[in-house]
Design a protein around this ligand. Structure first.
Ligand code: SAM
Length: 261
């Protein structure tokens, strides 16, 4: 098992050779010696034609991640992750932009729901601060910090991770989601800086929290990735497809990091 698939506990293993599932490995791997490599790839195209359906369109079916058609595929995974980790969302909780996920997944276990934003014009914000440097927040303040789809907008990600670590109480948890694959933001196009890989996440959070305190999962697969870029909503793809996670084709990377006591 590869290191990346080992981190995807609970997720189904990637599908391999799904074009010819019934054939034995030796037959699948057979390479006719009399064919040059360029003829071989031509033959492969003929024998396994790409299903072009969505790709024949002039553009995406939605230009808003699929929000106008249902729940976007990345949001489906964000909700799966928060559902899995809902026990962490308790006590004094800090979320960015609004407290929607805090309330929905933390429920009565939340004693104080606070909202942070760098945007002073956000009426929901109870703390106006830059996550990379927030001296107005005391050390060891929160039981849980919830960062969904925020850090790819922060140029200096390591500083933001260090600040999150500082403001968490010992034993408290940081829950993060970040895009591995996504269209660029129109509204925030000048600050949509990054996409992350599972290895990048392990290093970024491991350096601050300690590798043993960090759990990284990767959600998505190649077909869903193509569908997500085209704006297809989660309700439009099969439930089975949404359960298949291929660590080589992630859409969303999730991180659970715990501050050592
Ligand atoms: C795309 S929204 C995502 C928020 C929400 N948690 C969600 O899941 O949709 C990103 C938010 O991060 C805020 N933000 C961006 N950079 C920030 C920074 N350096 N410090 C604090 N907030 C920041 C933005 O103002 C915005 O409210």
């Amino acid at each position: 098992m590869s290191a990346s698939s080992a981190t995807n506990r609970g997720a189904s293993s990637p599908r391999r050779d799904h074009h010819m599932p019934g054939l034995p490995t030796a037959v699948r791997r057979w390479r006719p010696g009399f064919l040059t490599s360029s003829r071989r790839v031509t033959l492969r195209r003929l024998l396994r034609p790409a299903p072009l359906g969505l790709l024949l369109r002039r553009g995406p079916v939605s230009r808003s991640w699929g929000f106008d058609r249902g729940l976007p595929i990345d949001r489906y995974f964000i909700e799966r992750f928060l559902g899995l980790r809902s026990a962490d969302i308790a006590g004094r909780v800090l979320e960015v932009k609004d407290d929607g996920y805090t309330r929905r997944f933390g429920g009565d276990a939340v004693t104080s729901a606070e909202v942070l934003d760098i945007d002073a014009g956000n009426p929901a914000a109870t703390v106006i601060a830059d996550l990379t440097d927030a001296p107005q927040i005391a050390d060891d303040s929160y039981d849980c910090v919830l960062l969904t789809q925020v850090l790819h907008l922060v140029y200096d990600m390591p500083s933001a991770v260090r600040e999150c670590h500082r403001i968490l109480k010992p034993g408290a948890t940081l829950l993060v989601t970040m895009p591995a694959l996504s269209r660029c933001s129109g509204e925030l196009q000048h600050s949509d800086f990054w996409r992350i890989t599972p290895a990048g996440a392990r290093r970024l959070y491991g350096d601050v929290f300690g590798a043993e305190n960090v759990e990284v999962l990767a959600y998505g697969n190649a077909v869903l990735g193509a569908a997500f870029l085209m704006g297809v909503a989660s309700q439009e793809v099969g439930a089975r497809l949404l359960r298949q996670h291929d660590p080589l084709f992630p859409i969303l990377v999730t991180i659970r990091a715990t501050k050592a006591r």
